[in-house]
Ligand binder design. Structure first.
Ligand code: ATP
Ligand code: MG
Length: 291
């Protein structure tokens, strides 16, 4: 297992560490990200007539791979590039530089095939809010070309599994809490039985019970459905509990990668993952909002 870490984001060094809890080294590579760059042009001043723009890199030369059946966590503060990375991996954004491949398929060149393999859940999932989860999910099932009955049964099983009451299946989404809507978003992503699941802050803002429901579902996705999962979070305990390996992202760059234990060890005995994060990135993680 290789751990890379550097307090300075620009220069990574490599350290060989012992094996993580689960040895995945013989597994095939599910996701391979190489030198990924994604930038945005932002207005930085000037006048209405002559606006000035600056280009900034939201994801700046990121490389990593994730093995089949692995849960890989990306931990970083607000604005560090987590969502941009997830979107570039899920075909929603075209990389400026570098490549992303999913089981050997390129996300740009083989977009249609890649879309059949993966799905994404984001904090800002879009729904028809006047419609119920059932109606929203059946609509998505239709877009995915799935059988209505099969999709409905699958969605119901997932929603029950996530602790949503059957009654809520028929209520308008706008009347549901954010946590409940998040569970519907997860059920929707799971309709297509993706083998790669990209979860962008799946538990942010959830109450402790819902958070646990979602975390257990994530573990089940891996253990029962053999899914490969990439998860972003601000929550250290969540990363420690769920992730086989974790990357710290800061200013669009990966500054360290390894198991939670390896990352803690990098900064010295008796240190927590949060200590490691602060030391290696030079940043504090925002306090996680609690529902
Ligand atoms: N569509 C966009 N247009 C312009 N800039 C963007 C766009 N999306 C993201 N950015 C910028 O890219 C940087 C990274 O944003 P990103 O949303 O990826 O961060 P994040 O780590 O997901 O943050 P958060 O924890 O708040 O969700 C930020 O500076 C952000 O302002
Ligand atoms: Mg984000």
């Amino acid at each position: 297992m290789t751990v890379t870490a550097s307090p300075a984001a620009s220069s990574r060094t490599s350290v060989d560490m012992s094996a993580p809890n689960r040895d995945l080294s013989a597994r095939e590579i599910a996701l391979d990200v190489r030198n990924l760059v994604k930038g945005f042009r932002k207005k930085s001043g000037g006048s209405l007539v002559r606006p000035q723009y600056t280009d900034s890199r939201a994801v700046d030369d990121v490389s990593f791979h994730v093995r089949r059946g692995e849960i890989y966590g990306v931990l970083g503060p607000n604005g560090s590039g987590k969502s941009t990375l997830i979107r570039a991996m899920s075909t929603l954004l075209i990389p400026d530089e570098g490549t992303v491949s999913i089981f050997g398929l390129d996300v740009v060149r083989d977009e249609a095939q890649v879309r059949r393999l993966l799905n994404r859940v984001s904090v800002d999932a879009a729904f028809y809010k006047k419609l119920s989860p059932r109606e929203n999910l059946l609509y998505s099932a239709q877009l995915y070309g799935l059988d209505r009955h099969v999709a409905e049964q699958r969605a119901l099983v997932t929603l029950r599994r996530l602790g949503l009451k059957d009654k809520a299946f028929q209520e308008p989404l706008e009347e549901m809490s954010r946590g409940m809507q998040q569970k519907v978003a997860i059920a929707r992503a799971f309709l297509t039985s993706p083998i790669v699941v990209l979860l962008d802050e799946p538990t942010t803002g959830l109450d402790p019970r819902s958070r646990r429901d979602v975390q257990e579902f994530v573990l089940e996705l891996r253990d029962v459905h053999d899914a490969t999962i990439i998860l972003t979070t601000h929550d250290m305990p969540e990363a420690e509990r769920l992730c086989d390996r974790i990357a710290f992202i800061s200013g669009g760059k990966f500054v360290a990668e390894g198991t939670a234990e390896e990352l803690r060890t990098l900064v010295g005995p008796g240190k927590t993952l949060e200590d490691a994060f602060i030391e290696l990135t030079g940043e504090e993680l925002a306090e996680e909002e609690q529902a």
